[in-house]
Ligand binder design. Structure first.
Ligand SMILES: Nc1nc2c(ncn2[C@@H]2O[C@H](COP(=O)(O)OP(=O)(O)O)[C@@H](O)[C@H]2O)c(=O)[nH]1
Ligand SMILES: [Mg+2]
Length: 356
């Protein structure tokens, strides 16, 4: 059995992590509390190394390069998908592209449209791509209507895979993979539709699926509680595992944090781009006969829970699970099935194929 040496915790000194001017070591006279000179309380050997500066280094790199985040919204027309995404990112990120207006006839098949924006906050740049799926569930016969969506998700994995196996591969592969799929459940107050179950069953295997109850202000608080419970039960009975899946919890802390989130899902949300004056404050909300439903007030709806989960606590994990689990599963299957990379039939990317 191998022996485990307990970690040595080194004290962090009150000196800058990285000197402003690097002085050759021969010319360097140790001074200050962390330099480890005689009488300083430590020895040169036990002095500060600076391992913890990796965090600052990573922060700087991320600030410089920025990152991609791709979010897909699915659910039938009018469920408030575009509004919710705009509310999440506090801007018109989900604007309609030219020739794609509400008055237009409902498309015959599911379309997939993406729009990208660069959002910057605190010096950090995020390239946000919203992938919308207009037409989903709007037909009379919605059989297999998850197929084009799954195909799109797989095409993005294929694109990434092709870039990875390219001999002259890019230093940074553009990431168009879907990191998160928000599925909008209609606030019927009854139960899930067959279409909802079919979609979530198929898609939860290939992407981080997050179900939400749309337009929850149209339900009374009691209806909302009942509906949430029923939906959760139905998802369990159907064996639908949404994100964050139990099996990917990394440790007990992760498990206990995620258990709380799982118990509160699916979040019953409200979106709005209108502001109202409430107690001398401007808040995003929706006017109802009972007053203003405040979007960001946790006593009114669960929008803020969703926002905190999606952006403030799990954004990096969504990207990691996409890469380490969903993409990895696709990649392994693809390489196994074909004994390497043969020309693909999806018509994605360039026409030149490379073999492993
Ligand atoms: N009551 C209510 N209406 C909403 C909500 N979110 C959006 N809407 C309204 O529903 C309509 C359709 O919204 P939209 O975001 O375009 O839906 P999409 O077709 O799913 O993208 C618009 O009139 C919105 O103002 C909500 O949370 N509650
Ligand atoms: Mg829309």
């Amino acid at each position: 059995m191998s022996e485990m040496v307990p970690p040595e915790v080194r004290p962090k000194p009150a000196v800058p992590a990285k000197p402003a001017h690097v002085v050759p070591s021969s010319a360097h006279t140790p001074h200050g509390p962390g330099a480890g000179g005689p009488g300083s309380g430590g020895s040169t050997l036990l002095g500060y190394i600076g391992i913890d500066t990796i965090i600052e280094q990573m922060r700087k790199k991320t600030m410089k390069t920025g990152f991609d985040f791709n979010i897909m919204v699915v659910g039938h027309s009018g469920l408030g998908k575009s509004t919710l995404v705009n509310t999440l990112f506090k801007s018109q990120v989900s604007r309609k592209s030219a020739g794609w207006s509400r008055d237009e006839k409902i498309p015959k098949t599911v379309e997939i449209k993406s729009v990208s924006h660069v959002i910057e906050e605190g010096g950090v740049k995020m390239k946000l791509t919203i992938i919308d799926t207009p037409g989903f569930g709007d037909q009379i016969n919605n059989n297999n209507c998850w197929e084009p969506i799954e195909k799109y998700i797989n095409e993005q994995y294929e694109k990434f895979l092709k870039e990875e196996v390219n001999i002259a591969r890019k230093k940074r592969i553009p990431d168009t993979r879907v990191h998160c799929c928000l599925y909008f459940i209609s606030p019927t107050g009854h139960s899930l539709r067959q279409l909802d179950i079919e979609f979530m069953k198929h898609l939860s295997r290939v992407v981080n699926l997050i179900p939400v109850i749309a337009k929850s202000d149209t339900l009374t608080p009691d209806e909302k509680t009942d509906f949430k419970q029923r939906v959760r039960k139905e998802l369990e009975i159907c064996g639908i595992e949404f994100y964050p899946q139990k099996e990917f919890d990394e440790d007990t802390e992760d498990k206990s944090d995620n258990d709380k989130i799982r118990e509160a899902m699916p979040f019953a949300v409200v979106g709005s781009d209108k502001e109202y004056q409430v107690n001398s404050k401007r808040v995003l909300g929706r006017k109802s006969p009972w007053g203003v439903v405040e979007v960001e007030n946790p006593n009114h709806c669960e929008f803020s829970l969703l926002r905190d989960f999606l952006i403030r606590s799990h954004l990096q994990d969504l990207k990691e699970v996409t890469h380490n689990i969903h993409y990895e599963t696709y990649r392994a299957k693809r390489l196994n099935d074909n004994g390497g990379l043969h020309p693909i039939s999806t018509g994605v990317g360039d026409t030149q194929e490379s073999n492993l």
